[in-house]
Design a protein around this ligand. Structure first.
Ligand SMILES: [Mg+2]
Length: 254
């Protein structure tokens, strides 16, 4: 087998977790921001209207792989309430920032991750590919938790316009790192986006089940269901020691 040149990572539920209650806090801050901007929002109904809109737009992304953005969900939820504003309205932009400020407060790096990235980075090129609608929030989180300096490249779906499992997402990571797909190990928790997507694009996926194995809350917007990869032959890791062991097996350190 060709030697591994690079290791790619997913972000949510792979390198970082989100505390329970983050989504409620985020939507609460969004409502507060919209009300403060003078929009006539019925807060209690908005929570449900926003949730339905988000699900609808996310479902659409599954059809064509094109990333969505929170401003469209907010615009749609407001419209249900008879509040007509453009998705480009600055009051919506402020609401988006308020919404994501909650995630910044509720994300936690999985213990040992920075040390693992340090070790892996000494031997391989290291890149990140995250499905994240609002790129500035993704970059702010990466900076705030100290992950950013560990990656040579960070590709965010909101920036390139396509989400995993779409091939365009993986192509962006590969081309930015300058490596061929069979030479990249890609570590992620989502069987569809990361594992099936990675396989379709010719990478070597590794399924990370850290969050699942510990019964931790999954990041909002992701429903893991009861998917199992069974006999797919895709390696499964439950912690970073497993990943290092896997890399040592592939390419023993000198
Ligand atoms: Mg994930």
């Amino acid at each position: 087998m060709r030697p591994i040149q690079a290791v790619g990572f997913d972000l949510f539920n792979t390198l970082i977790t989100v505390e329970r209650g983050a989504l409620e806090d985020a939507v609460g801050r969004l409502v507060q921001s919209l009300v403060a901007s003078g929009l006539a929002v019925d807060g209690a109904r908005f929570v449900e209207d926003h949730r339905s809109a988000a699900l609808r737009f996310i479902e659409e992304t599954r059809r064509d792989g094109r990333e969505t953005h929170n401003r469209f969900w907010i615009q749609a939820a407001l419209e249900v309430q008879g509040v007509l504003v453009s998705p480009e309205d600055p009051r919506i932009a402020e609401g988006v920032e308020a919404y994501f400020s909650a995630f910044l407060d509720h994300v936690r790096v999985i213990p040992g991750t920075l040390e693992m990235l340090e070790t892996v980075g000494q031997r391989y090129r290291v890149g990140l590919l995250s499905n994240f609608t609002h790129t500035p929030a993704a970059r702010a989180i990466l900076e705030a938790v100290g992950l950013a300096p560990h990656f040579e490249v960070c590709v965010i779906s909101g920036e390139i316009g396509f989400r995993k499992p779409h091939a365009r997402a993986f192509e962006a990571l590969l081309s930015e790192l300058g490596v061929a797909s069979p030479d990249m190990l890609y570590v992620g928790d989502d069987p569809e986006a990361d594992v099936a997507g990675g396989l379709q694009s010719g990478l070597r996926p590794v399924w990370s089940t850290y969050v699942r194995d510990r019964g931790m809350p999954f990041a909002p917007g992701y429903d893991p269901g009861d998917q199992d990869l069974g006999e797919s032959g895709v390696p499964r890791i439950s912690d970073w020691a497993d990943l290092i062991a896997l890399l040592d097996e592939e390419h023993p350190p000198c």
